[in-house]
Design a protein around this ligand. Structure first.
Ligand code: SF4
Length: 313
C-alpha cells in the first residue's frame, strides 16, 4: 500500500500521518490481553531477550483483572478529558499478542469490536508467532487501519542469537510477506546499541528494513532494566550502554538512510517507572529528541537523504 510522505520536521511522523488521514489527533491506548511470550514461557526459552523484564513492555493492567474494554475506556476517558475530541488506536502491546490459538486471537479481537472512537488496531508480536490463519483473522478486524508491531531489533543473526531473541531475520521477512498479502501495515522495531554492534551494523539493519514491505519503524535505545540478563552484563562490565550523543548520531544517520515513505512511530524507548538502571539519560525523552534533531540540523540530514534506492543500483 503506497503511503504518502508526512513531514512535520525532517522526517515522517506517525502523529502527522494520522492527523492528515483522519483529520484529528489519534492517540494510542496500550492494552494488555494477558498473553505471554514464547521466549519467556518455555515454548522456545524461559530466559527471554537479554533486555526484557517481567513486564514484557506491558501495562500490567490485565493483572488487575481489567477487561480489554475497561482498559480502553479507562485511558479513553482520561485522554478525552485532557485533549477534547480525539480518536484512538487500540495497541495490544504487552508480550506477544499472537502467541495463542486462532480461536483465542478471535476472542481477543471480538472484545475490541465496537469500541467508541476506535480508528486503528496495532498488534505487537514476534515474527515467529504469525501464520496465514492468524494474519487472516487480524485482517478481518473492522477498523480503518491495522498495524503489526513486529520486533526485528537487528538484521544480524549473530546479534539476534547473542541477545537470545529466539528468531532470525528471515522470520521477520516471512511475517512481513504474510502481512503484505493481507494489506496489513508493518511497523519494524529496531534497537541501537546492541551488544557487539557498531553504527555500521545498525545501518545494515535499516537497509534490511528498507527492502521489506514495511511502512513504519520504531527506534529504541538499549537501556538496562532491573532483573534482566543485560543488567547482569552491565554490572559485570560485559556491556556498556551508549551515551546520548552516540544514540543521537546513530538515529539521525538511520533516519537519513531510511526509505522516504516509511513512517517513524517512535525515536526512543520509554522506561516504565522504577525499572531503569542505566543509562540515566534514557529517562529524558525530550532531551533525546532534541539531541537527534540537533544532529540532523547540524549535518543537514533529512529522511531518505542517504537512502540506497535499489532501482538505482
Ligand atoms: S520478545 Fe518481547 S516479551 Fe518476549 S522476551 Fe523478547 S522482549 Fe520480552
Amino acid at each position: 500500500m503506497p503511503l504518502r510522505r508526512f513531514y512535520m520536521q525532517n522526517y515522517n511522523t506517525l502523529s502527522a500521518y494520522w492527523k492528515q488521514k483522519f483529520g484529528t489527533r489519534v492517540w494510542k491506548i496500550p492494552l494488555d490481553a494477558g498473553l505471554d511470550c514464547p521466549n519467556r514461557d518455555g515454548t522456545i526459552s524461559v530466559k527471554g531477550c537479554i533486555f526484557c523484564n517481567e513486564l514484557g513492555s506491558g501495562t500490567g493492567l490485565d493483572l488487575n483483572c481489567l477487561s480489554l474494554k475497561d482498559q480502553y475506556n479507562l485511558f479513553r476517558d482520561k485522554l478525552l478529558s485532557r485533549h477534547g475530541s480525539i480518536k484512538f488506536a487500540a495497541y495490544l502491546q504487552s508480550f506477544s499478542n499472537t502467541h495463542c490459538s486462532p480461536e483465542k486471537l478471535e476472542s481477543i479481537l471480538s472484545q475490541l469490536k465496537d469500541l467508541q472512537d476506535l480508528k486503528v488496531l496495532c498488534v505487537g508480536t514476534r515474527p515467529d508467532c504469525l501464520d496465514e490463519e492468524k494474519v487472516r483473522i487480524l485482517a478481518t478486524f473492522p477498523c480503518d487501519e491495522i498495524w503489526l508491531d513486529l520486533g526485528l531489533q537487528s538484521s544480524c543473526d549473530e546479534t539476534l542469537t547473542l541477545i537470545n531473541r529466539g528468531h532470525l531475520a528471515q522470520d521477520f521477512s516471512r511475517s512481513c510477506a504474510l502481512a503484505a498479502s493481507k494489506k496489513i501495515l508493518v511497523c519494524a522495531h529496531v534497537i541501537a546499541g546492541l551488544p557487539g554492534e557498531t553504527r555500521v551494523h545498525f545501518l545494515q539493519t535499516i537497509d534490511f528494513v528498507n527492502n521489506e514491505p514495511v511502512q513504519g519503524i520504531k527506534f529504541h535505545n538499549l537501556y538496562i532494566c532491573k532483573n534482566t540478563t543485560l543488567a547482569r552484563w552491565w554490572q559485570s562490565g560485559r556491556y556498556l550502554p551508549q551515551d546520548i550523543n552516540d544514540y543521537a548520531l546513530w538515529t539521525a544517520s538511520a533516519i537519513s538512510r531510511l526509505r522516504p515513505d516509511i513512517i517513524i512511530h517512535r525515536l526512543t524507548g520509554d522506561p516504565a517507572p522504577g525499572e531503569l538502571l542505566a543509562p540515566r539519560w534514557a529517562s529524558g525523552k525530550n532531551s533525546i529528541l532534541n539531541s537527534i534533531q540537533r544532529v540532523m540540523t547540524e549535518k543537514n540530514l533529512w529522511q531518505g537523504k542517504q537512502w540506497i534506492n535499489p532501482s538505482r543500483l
